[in-house]
Design a protein around this ligand. Structure first.
Ligand SMILES: [Zn+2]
Length: 155
């Protein structure tokens, strides 16, 4: 597990990882069948050349884990760039003052903490309808525990 700084870029059109970072951490790279050309905003070819490799990594943040394919690219300033469609899909709550990110509006396929809590709640109601209030408290405690024990990312 490596801590990285990721740039959430609403203007990006892909998921990218810095070439030097990937090489330095000996991340296994796969070569692409067809290199992807990188263009600058003005339409000229990027000095860094074409994208020739990609890597698959598990990206995790608190309870949120996801397999992501990153294009290997010379990013210089960031380690990882996360694209707009990713932001659209997971729609995370971002506290712009603290930089804290919470995944509360993920699609079903994401195994996030909030989803686990909902499942526990459903289970409690199904089997113990007469002690609803007690179960509510128990559920909240479990959620807090989850949040404290799950940590790893660093956006
Ligand atoms: Zn998600």
């Amino acid at each position: 597990m490596i801590d990285v700084k990721a740039l959430l870029d609403s203007g990006a059109t892909g998921m990218f990882i810095d070439k030097k970072f990937a090489e330095g951490n000996e991340i296994a790279m796969r070569s692409l069948d067809k290199p992807i050309r990188v263009y600058n905003v003005d339409g000229t070819l990027n000095q860094g050349g074409s994208i020739t490799h990609e890597v698959t990594l598990m990206m995790s943040h608190k309870g949120h884990k996801e397999k992501v394919v990153f294009q290997v690219c010379d990013l210089r300033k960031s380690t990882v760039i996360i694209e707009y469609t990713w932001l659209q899909k997971h729609n995370p709550m971002i506290d712009w003052k603290t930089g804290d990110i919470k995944f509360t509006r993920c699609p079903r396929e994401c195994n996030v903490t909030t989803k686990k809590c909902k499942q526990k709640k459903a289970w409690a109601f199904k089997y113990k309808t007469s002690v609803k209030e007690v179960d509510e408290e128990a559920k909240e405690k479990e959620c807090e525990d989850n949040e404290e024990t799950e940590d790893n990312i660093y956006l």
